[in-house]
Design a protein around this ligand. Structure first.
Ligand code: BG6
Length: 236
C-alpha cells in the first residue's frame, strides 16, 4: 500500500474502528423481535428478524432509514412517528450497553491509525451513527481525527446518508482533500456503495460478516479481514 498516492483516509466507525457494529446488531435484534412478537397489523413476512436482515437492510444506514427499510422488506408500513419510536427504543438499548461495557477499538485498526498518524495522513470518521462521538470518546480515540461526520452532523447539514456518497464527500472537503485521492474504509454494503458512488481513489472493504464477495460486488476495490493487513511489513 503506497500511502503517498493519497491525500486522506476516511473511515467508517462501527465495525471498522470499533467492534460496536455487534452492539448495534444485538440492540436491533432485541428491538425488532420484540416488535414482531407483538405486531398484529398487515405484513408479508412475520418470521423473526435475523443477522441476514441486519446485513441486507439495516447495516451502515442512518437510524430511521434502517427501521423503514427493514419494515418495508416485511411488507409493514408504519407512521413516521412509530418508525422513530422503534429507532429510539433501539438507541436506548445501544447506549445502555455502551455505558455498561465501554468500548475497546480493534487492535489492528489502532495500529493502522498509529501508522497513518506517523505519516501525517489527514484522517476522518464518516459514520451514520449519531452516537459516533460518544463511541470515539469511550474508545479513547476522539482526538485522532480532523473531522467526524456523524449521523447527527449529516442530519444538521441535510446530507443524505449512506448508500449516498455525500457524507464521505463532505468529510474529504473538510480535510481539504480531493475525493479522487482519498481512501474509504467500510464494513457495510451501504457504506461500500457510498464510497464507490463517490469516485474515491480506493474503497477498502472490511469483512466483519458481510462477506468478501458481497463487499466486492458492492464496489470494494479490495477486502481485508483486519486493518493491520495494510501495515508495512509482514502481518503479525
Ligand atoms: O442509531 P445510531 O447510533 O445513530 O446508528 C445508526 C447506524 O450506524 C451505523 O454505523 C451502524 O452500522 C448501524 O448498525 C446503525 O444502525
Amino acid at each position: 500500500m503506497n500511502w503517498t498516492d493519497h491525500d486522506a483516509v476516511l473511515l467508517d466507525l462501527d465495525g471498522v474502528i470499533t467492534p460496536t457494529a455487534e452492539v448495534h446488531m444485538r440492540a436491533w435484534a432485541d428491538m425488532f423481535n420484540a416488535f414482531l412478537g407483538s405486531y398484529d397489523g398487515a405484513a408479508t413476512d412475520r418470521s423473526p428478524y435475523t443477522e441476514a436482515d441486519y446485513f441486507a437492510h439495516v447495516d451502515g444506514k442512518p437510524r430511521y432509514d434502517g427501521v423503514r427499510d427493514f419494515l418495508t422488506s416485511r411488507g409493514i408500513e408504519l407512521s413516521e412517528e412509530r418508525v422513530r419510536e422503534l429507532g429510539d427504543r433501539k438507541n436506548e438499548a445501544f447506549n445502555a450497553v455502551l455505558a455498561r461495557d465501554g468500548v475497546e477499538a480493534y487492535p489492528g485498526s489502532v495500529a493502522l491509525l498509529d501508522h497513518l498518524r506517523e505519516l501525517g495522513m489527514p484522517l476522518g470518521v464518516v459514520s451514520s451513527s449519531a452516537n459516533a462521538p460518544a463511541v470515539l470518546e469511550a474508545a479513547g480515540l476522539a482526538d485522532r481525527f480532523g473531522t467526524v461526520v456523524s449521523g447527527a452532523v449529516a442530519t444538521e447539514l441535510g446530507l443524505p446518508g449512506k448508500p449516498e456518497p455525500d457524507t464521505f464527500v463532505h468529510a474529504a472537503r473538510e480535510l481539504g482533500a480531493d475525493v479522487a485521492r482519498s481512501v474509504v474504509f467500510e464494513d457495510a454494503v451501504s457504506g461500500v456503495r457510498a464510497g464507490a458512488a463517490g469516485g474515491f481513489a480506493l474503497v477498502v472493504g472490511v469483512d466483519r460478516g458481510a462477506g468478501v464477495e458481497t463487499l466486492t460486488g458492492a464496489g470494494a476495490d479490495l477486502v481485508v479481514a483486519d486493518l493491520a493487513e495494510l501495515l508495512p511489513g509482514p502481518v503479525a
